[in-house]
Design a protein around this ligand. Structure first.
Ligand code: SAH
Ligand code: SF4
Length: 371
């Protein structure tokens, strides 16, 4: 289903598109930057807050654009290591944006480094067997404005205790495109959104601190390699052979490892940066020694970093994470070959635990209360 909002969201405009619209109105050339500055640097929360704009222009902006294409429906007041923001879109669809804090010794949580996990679709069509986001299928793509607006919501929340806000900077350290949805299945919107996020006239956020995760849409990976953006790439591998991967990720039928791995290599050679291979550890599915050895060989060949993620149980799904000893044994196979590897230790606080699951719960609760 496609959602066409009554008014396009302002956060989907680029300097170019906005300039064209304003010029057509006979506005002076500096206006576009001035308005973008209000939104992204000064964090104005309404058109009326833009006090140095003529009243008639503010009225036109209000008629022409949706100022905020999403609203916060749920977000705790207190700060936690993982803060999930449940956001509602214009058609009442729900998405999640997650703030993940890395606690540091000696400083309060409000000063910790923050990674923001953003969503790109409502639901997901890829149908990975283990994933909460895929359970309800794809409802629709997000537009660029809805993707960008998630980060402004985070700024609104974080600005008060982050001194970076005074200089008009984004009040977080990293962005991971790892929330609900397959970002490369919504290619134009994610590229446009990342352009706005990265641009000096937009959020001004460094591309090298943005990581996009994909389940492996090969043609789009190759296309992304040619974009001038310079963002980092993570691949949801989760199986080191076609046999195992196919069992849990239907995308492997169209793009088996023989197609995926060369594409990843091409991307990494073009960018000169390590790609990350994500590998969820699921008991008795992909946690064997043979899988570890195959993964080791793939990582060495691609010169990739490996991120091992103990599976987070999803309500209604049978999968489990292996015990700690088995996780460590798996990681050791990689470590011994000097593969750069991380094994997450936190329980339920990881990015993946957060993404998709809060929405699933809320959708279920809504369904229940409707019947
Ligand atoms: N669609 C993209 C990005 C969103 S998913 C992708 O698949 O890469 C982000 C990551 O969370 C992916 O690596 C995904 O496989 C993983 N993931 C999904 N469900 C999970 C779960 N229950 N436990 C741990 N990781 C999960
Ligand atoms: Fe979609 Fe990623 Fe979940 Fe697979 S893991 S269903 S691609 S969100």
């Amino acid at each position: 289903m496609k959602f066409t909002p009554a008014k396009p969201p302002f956060t989907g405009e680029t300097l170019e598109t906005l300039t064209v619209r304003l010029q057509a109105r006979g506005e002076p050339a500096f206006r576009a930057k001035q308005i973008l500055d209000w939104v992204y640097k000064k964090r104005a929360r309404s058109w009326d807050a833009m006090t140095n704009l003529p009243k008639a222009l503010r009225a036109w902006l209000d008629e022409t654009f949706e100022f905020a294409p999403l609203t916060l429906v749920h977000g705790k007041q207190s700060l936690d290591v993982t803060d999930k923001l449940l956001l509602e879109l214009g058609d009442q669809s729900l998405i999640e944006t997650v703030i993940i804090r890395a606690p540091q010794e000696g400083v309060g949580l409000e000063h910790s480094r923050k990674t923001i996990c953003i969503s790109t679709q409502v639901g997901c069509a890829m149908g990975c067997k283990f994933c909460a986001s895929g359970l309800l299928g794809l409802k629709r793509d997000l537009n660029a404005g809805e993707i960008v607006a998630q980060l402004l919501q985070v700024c609104y929340r974080e600005d008060e205790h982050d001194p970076r806000a005074h200089s008009g900077l984004a009040t977080f350290d990293n962005i991971v495109v790892m929330g609900m949805g397959e970002p490369l299945a919504n290619y134009d919107a994610i590229i446009r959104a990342l352009t706005i996020i990265n641009a000096e006239w937009g959020l001004g956020f460094g591309a090298r601190r943005i990581t996009l995760s994909t389940s492996g849409l090969v043609p789009r990976i190759l296309q992304l390699a040619d974009e001038p953006l310079g963002i980092r790439l993570a691949i949801s591998l989760h199986g080191a052979t076609d046999e195992v991967r196919e069992q849990i990720m239907p995308v492997n039928k169209a793009y088996p490892l023989a197609k995926l791995l060369p594409a990843v290599k091409a991307f990494s050679e073009k960018h000169g940066r390590m790609v990350t291979l994500e590998f969820i550890l699921i008991e008795d599915i992909n946690d064997s020694r043979e899988q570890a050895e195959k993964l080791r060989d793939i990582a060495l060949d691609l010169h990739a970093h490996v991120n091992l993620i103990p599976y987070n149980t999803v309500e209604g799904l049978p999968w489990k994470r292996p015990g700690i000893a088995r996780q460590e044994a798996f990681a050791d196979v990689l470590r011994r070959a000097r593969v750069s590897v991380t094994l997450r230790r936190e329980k339920g606080h990881d990015i993946e635990a957060a993404c998709g699951q809060l929405r699933l719960k809320t959708e279920k609760a809504r369904e229940l209360s409707a019947t």
